[in-house]
Write a protein that binds this ligand. Sequence first.
Ligand code: ZN
Length: 170
Amino acid sequence: MGDRFSNRLVPGTHEEQTYGMNNGETVNSMRYLSLAAAELAETDWERAFAVFLGERLTITAGFDLADIAWSRAAFDAQRAFLLRVVERARTTAVDGGAPDDFYVATERVLGAFDALVRMLRSFEPHLVAEDARGEFTLSDAPPFRRCHEHRVYYAYGGCPIARWCVESLN
Ligand SMILES: [Zn+2]
């Protein structure tokens, strides 16, 4: 079990564009990323990305960069946002600021963030469709609300961190 970060749009070796993780590494890296995205998001696209991360976290999955709803015109700003999110997540992981359900070696989580940065830096706007249809779109995004306790954005099923937070959606 477990999942990975990857980018199937960039030509290159499988090793350079894929970082495999076990379940604990997936959950921890996605928690740090979800929290960082929620803290940094200022636009609706950025909030929708934070919700997308929460959705993936809910099913213990990483993501492929091809699954993001990139816009070629806004690609540079969108990629810069993702790089800021990864940097913030890295800082939080080093500081140990988030609770862990699993014992996970911090180096493995930092390795995942390094891999994401590498993938983002080798990614270029001409590789995405003019108006790419990813797994999230603004039109079907849920109302943007953050969990008071865990500070991440609610996904469709409620808080991505803890099921009991679902009740606070009602
Ligand atoms: Zn919560």
